[in-house]
Design a protein around this ligand. Structure first.
Ligand SMILES: Nc1ncnc2c1ncn2[C@@H]1O[C@H](COP(=O)(O)OP(=O)(O)O)[C@@H](O)[C@H]1O
Ligand SMILES: [Mg+2]
Length: 392
């Protein structure tokens, strides 16, 4: 066997961390295409307000970034924020910066170029802006419209808000109301929002049709979930080929299977298999070791944070479920835990609300890929020792 010293192929192409764009974004072509068309088609096009929903690690942030890039390529200006406390104010500061920049330089037009057109909050900007979000955005849209005429290409403003969370409902309402006004005025504006289902659900809950409920309900909602095997295969093999290595057929099949269609696993498995391989070809051995390591990482980065938010009863319920190979029967879980069927159903509905289990007729199953395996390895042995905490 020939050993290479890392000189025959490039650097590890995979990105084993949340929020880092993958070498190849697979399975999102349709979303990107629809969004691009919406930018071209003009105000009022449905996909101009898009809501990305899905579990941690499913690829919301990187898709958001991709849509920002697409918009920039079409000459759109992007403002991106995370929905933390004060995000509307931060957004106003960003817009203020754009407007002030224009006044300071006295320029009548803005140059088109992806890097120039992206605004992200960076450190301390100006702390004062005058006007509300609506008036600031209107001014910025005027500026862009003027620029569009000059460049003879339509452009507008895209705002992306990541990690949407109901605790910031008041600000989200303010934001949503403003955007709706601007859409009604036929302005060239687009919005992409992203969040996990539990953080968004309360925002969508019925409340006599006030904002942000109507705004979010009308949005083009994209539920991100597992990818088909063919896409996973592409996501694993193309970056390897591009970086000058190959994937052993059997090993690639093993990797695809082990990903469970979960986007984050493409990167984790790819990254570790690449590291463990020592030849031009990524072997089955290296891939098996890579998968084991990837699962461990997934446990740290996704499962443990998800479990730490739960009560110990809920954790015990999940641990009891993990003894099954597929969906669990609730009556069976009740027996394992020594609780009544009704209690078991209560646990199930709470865990369903928390996006940890899906429900069927008298059954429950896991939402997060590999949580079952994680629980089997780390929690079940403890569970069998722990008595129900009825005294708590
Ligand atoms: N469509 C995709 N194809 C390949 N890798 C992806 C895809 N979507 C996400 N990933 C990878 O999965 C990880 C998680 O993505 P991220 O956008 O941070 O998820 P989320 O924001 O939903 O928690 C990142 O490493 C990213 O590169
Ligand atoms: Mg994210």
């Amino acid at each position: 066997m020939v050993h290479y010293d890392g000189v025959m192929f490039g650097d590890n192409p995979f990105r084993a961390s949340l929020g880092s764009s993958p070498p190849l974004l697979v399975g999102r072509d349709e979303v990107i295409e629809d969004f691009t068309l919406a930018l071209r088609e003009g105000p009022g096009t449905h996909e101009r307000v898009t809501l990305l929903v899905g579990a941690r690690g499913v690829g919301k942030t990187v898709l958001l970034n991709e849509l920002e890039d697409t918009a920039a390529e079409h000459g759109w200006i992007t403002f991106s924020e995370t929905a933390t406390e004060g995000f509307v104010q931060n957004l106003k500061l960003q817009i203020g910066e754009l407007l002030n920049g224009e006044r300071a330089t006295g320029k009548r037009t803005i140059q088109i170029g992806p890097s120039f057109l992206r605004f992200k909050q960076e450190g301390e900007g100006p702390s004062q802006v005058t006007g509300n979000l609506r008036s600031l955005l209107s001014q910025a849209l005027d500026l862009v419209a003027e620029n569009s005429r000059f460049n003879e290409r339509p452009s507008g403003i895209l705002i992306t808000i990541d990690e949407l969370h109901y605790v910031h409902q008041n600000e989200i309402t303010e934001f949503a109301t403003t955007i709706q006004h601007l859409i009604r005025e036929n302005r060239e504006i687009a919005v992409v929002l992203a969040g996990i289902p539990t953080s968004i659900r309360p925002l969508l809950a019925s409340q006599d049709g006030r904002n942000p409920i109507t705004f979010l309900r009308r949005a083009n909602r994209i539920d991100l979930g597992r990818l088909p095997d063919s896409k996973v295969r592409e996501g694993l093999s193309v970056p390897v080929q591009d970086a000058g290595r190959t994937w052993n057929d059997q090993a690639l099949n093993y990797a695809v299977e082990a990903s469970g269609g979960y986007p984050f696993m493409i990167q984790l498995i790819g990254n570790y298999s690449w590291r463990f391989a020592d030849g031009e070809e990524i072997s089955l051995d290296a891939t098996q070791a890579g998968v084991a390591k990837a699962r461990k990482k997934l446990g740290q980065l996704v499962h443990e944070p998800a479990l730490s938010d739960l009560s110990s009863e809920d954790r015990r319920f999940l641990a009891a479920m993990s003894l099954d190979d597929g969906e669990s029967k609730i009556t069976e879980i009740a027996k394992r835990l020594g609780v009544s069927d009704q209690q078991a159903y209560n646990y199930r509905s709470r865990l369903n609300e928390a996006d940890l289990v899906t429900t069927g007729r008298g059954t429950a199953d896991f939402v997060l890929p590999f949580l079952r395996e994680h629980l089997r390895e780390h929690v079940v042995t403890d569970l069998l020792r722990i008595e129900p905490e009825s005294s708590q």
